[in-house]
Design a protein around this ligand. Structure first.
Ligand code: ZN
Ligand code: ZN
Length: 378
């Protein structure tokens, strides 16, 4: 599957130019690799990109000369792309490139080090910006949606297989490796993050990874895993019980399950991010677990596993003073893909999280991950 054919890249480049123009910029220096990939399809691990009204120059090093050539001439060519080589080092080559650019050039403040800023800013009119390309990436186009939908289908298949085999006596790391092996087998290029398998008391730690502990009857086990498929990330969590769950474990699970269902049901165009979060949070508060829900309800998915939008409670808006930035959306729109993953973590007892990937459609939502949410007893 190719999420970046020439006509899609052309449309993205045109929208990026429109956004720059609306902010009064004559160009944008792009340093964040997912943003470069979004505009050009380039998948290398080192590059910078200068986008102006009439040029799109990819700066990379000799290792990627052939990759760039396919992006210039191949069937997936990026329209108008020219190549510059950073043989004398990236900062030096970037400074050269900027000296030849006219007008005010935006830089991605979140993705440029202070050292680079200092070495490239002489002789150029640079302005810090924030979120320009991220504001485009937040809504997926049709080919991105097709890739993410297929990735979620495959991740669900992996989960079904591993959960069906799960039982006491294996180590957390064994289960993590089984999930990752399943992802490799089914076509993912790599895990999207360190796989989490947290059992027993570890399940009460939202940041737990997978360790040497052995799964034993009575454990709640949180499994959070995801992979990259054709460049796009999907991410899901299920919590299972090893053996018959206690009444307290059932109550905890039921509360998180209801909260997750309420937040998924709230996903539709026009819904405010804070209200989707509130749909889950209000139920957990009402069932007495509010203080144990210590993170946001979800995050965007795309070329990065954590990207805009943030589905969480209201918090003070970060200052964009001194930076040019497009307005930040506060509501869901068709084409956004988000996770819905409330959890509750009771210290010393255990935790539950349930996470699905959800596409915002024109009139509601489509659940992309499909594994059953009823408490599974393994
Ligand atoms: Zn996750
Ligand atoms: Zn997630």
């Amino acid at each position: 599957m190719t999420p970046d054919n020439p006509s899609l890249l052309e449309a993205r480049i045109a929208r990026a130019r429109d956004t720059c123009r609306s902010l009064g910029l004559d160009g944008l220096l792009v340093c964040h690799l997912p943003n470069i990939r979004y505009l050009t399809g380039f998948t290398g691990t080192a590059a910078r990109l200068l986008l102006t009204s009439d040029r799109i120059v990819l700066l990379t090093d000799g290792r990627y000369r052939s990759v760039v050539q396919t992006r210039q001439d191949g069937p997936d060519a990026c329209p108008g792309l020219t190549l510059a080589l950073a043989d004398a080092g990236y900062d030096h080559a970037t400074a050269e490139l900027l000296r030849g650019a006219e007008g005010v050039i935006g830089v991605e403040a979140a993705h440029l080090t202070l050292a680079t800023w200092l070495s490239i800013s002489q002789g150029a009119r640079l302005v810090p910006t924030r979120g320009i390309l991220e504001s485009l990436r937040i809504r997926k186009d049709s080919s991105e949606i097709a890739v993410i939908r297929e990735a979620a289908r495959r991740l669900s298949a992996v989960a079904e297989g591993v959960l069906a085999d799960l039982g006491p006596g294996v180590r957390q790391t064994d289960v993590a490796r089984a999930l990752e092996a399943g992802m490799w087998r089914i076509g993912f290029t790599k895990p999207a993050f360190d796989t989490i398998v947290a059992s027993g008391r570890d399940s009460a730690l939202p940041h737990a990874r997978a360790g040497e502990a052995v799964l034993v009857p009575g454990d709640l086990v949180v499994l959070d895993f995801g992979g990259l498929f054709c460049g796009y990330a999907v991410d899901m969590t299920r919590t299972v019980s090893l053996g018959e769950p206690s009444d307290e474990a059932r109550r905890l699970y039921g509360a998180v399950e209801a909260a997750q269902a309420a937040a998924v049901a709230a996903v539709r165009p026009g819904a405010r991010f804070v209200d989707v979060d509130g749909a889950a949070r209000d139920l957990l508060v009402a069932s007495g677990y509010g203080e144990y829900f210590v993170h946001g309800t979800g995050h965007g998915l795309g070329l990065e596993v954590h990207e805009a939008p943030r589905i969480g409670p209201a918090r003070p808006t970060e200052s964009t003073e001194g930076m040019l930035a497009p307005p930040e959306p506060v509501r869901l729109e068709p084409g956004m893909v988000v996770t819905i993953e409330p959890g509750a973590y009771v210290p010393g007892f255990g935790g539950v999280r349930i996470e699905d990937d959800v596409l915002v459609t024109d009139d509601g939502h489509e659940l992309l991950t499909t594994v059953d949410r009823v408490l599974r007893v393994c």
